[in-house]
Design a protein around this ligand. Structure first.
Ligand code: SF4
Length: 323
């Protein structure tokens, strides 16, 4: 891989220009001095959740748990009200485990090197790089899908291009804190899934724009079959902590099947609350299928509070069974 210096300079100059004019400097985690704890909270919340939804949660969370010590002392029942609604509750449980680990093993201070940071539950290479660059001013690029999309398209013509990260990290000259923030904002404003190339300041030297995206393979859209979904049964994949629960005492896994009267998210929650005293987080249906002439929607639901009386099945054993 070899990229000319002028191309890097062009990229950085226009990116920084964009950032100055349109960067989201008002976001609460974009303040000048931010602690590793604050970066970590924001990054965990931002994983697969829209920025606009996270802002309120982030502020309330830090008001309730201003330090890693205060979070480490919290129980799941105390933690949940500040997190409920963000989804992905395994992340939430990891946050509690991580806070306790940081207090117990690192004296309440986030480690200052990527390798040790990655030993913390829920901290992968991206979050570790974000903590290093935003809190400690490190030279790390936080490679997430946004960064890969922008850099992949501009330099190589496709968001899925193989990128030599170390090579590029060596060549970029802008401070990483700025660069990461600018790439995140650019990737969500202009270089989105359907890029707005005609309005983009990088288009003159962007390979994707020049090739009109020919080298970027599009994903085939999954078609939803036609049917009367209001009368569909709801197939519930009930899970928590790497276990999936039996719908009844059976020798093999079978998901819960609820009649159409309960096939909304609110209906599913009410059903489990009333019948089993369980509080659930219910995802939107991930599949709609006609089974032997009957419409069925498939929904994942996670147990948040309460003790399930069902038998559990380790989740890795049922992968690939179409549930
Ligand atoms: S020209 Fe299009 S593909 Fe290239 S960086 Fe801009 S928005 Fe992305």
């Amino acid at each position: 891989m070899s990229i000319r210096k002028e191309k890097i300079i062009f990229f950085e100059r226009h990116l920084m220009d964009f950032f100055q004019k349109a960067g989201r400097s008002e976001l609460p985690w974009r303040k000048k001095h931010i602690s590793a704890y604050e970066v970590w909270v924001s990054e965990i919340m931002l994983q697969q959740t829209q920025v606009s939804r996270v802002v309120g949660y982030y502020e309330r969370f830090l008001e309730r748990f201003p330090t890693v010590e205060s979070l480490a002392q919290a129980t799941w029942e105390e933690f949940l009200p500040c997190y409920q609604g963000l989804g992905y509750y395994a992340r939430g449980r990891n946050m509690l485990r991580a806070a306790r680990m940081i207090v117990d093993q690192y004296d309440g201070r986030f480690p200052r090197d990527t390798e040790t940071l990655r030993k913390i539950p829920g901290v992968g290479p991206y979050t570790a790089a974000a903590i290093m660059s935003f809190a400690y001013g490190g030279k790390h690029l936080a490679w997430d899908t946004n960064l890969r999309r922008v850099i992949g398209r501009f330099f190589f013509g496709s968001r899925t291009a193989m990128i030599d990260e170390a090579y590029l990290e060596e060549r970029f000259t802008v401070a990483r804190k700025k660069m990461n923030a600018a790439l995140m904002d650019f990737g969500s404003a202009l270089c989105t899934a359907r890029p707005k190339c005609t309005a983009c300041p990088l288009r003159l030297r962007c390979i994707y724009a020049r090739e009109k995206g020919r080298h970027e393979a599009g994903k085939a859209q999954k078609r939803t079959p036609k049917g009367d979904w209001s009368s569909a049964e709801a197939v519930i994949i009930l899970h928590d902590r790497h276990c999936i629960y039996y719908s009844s005492l059976q020798t093999k896994y079978a998901p819960f099947v609820l009649p159409a009267t309960y096939n909304t998210r609110a209906g599913i929650k009410a059903y489990f609350e009333k019948r089993y005293g369980l509080s659930l987080a219910v995802r939107p249906p991930h599949e709609r299928r006609i089974d032997r002439g009957h419409p069925r929607i498939f929904v994942r639901a996670q147990i948040l509070l309460g003790s399930p009386v069902f038998r559990a099945f380790p989740s890795e054993n049922i992968r690939g069974r179409g549930v």
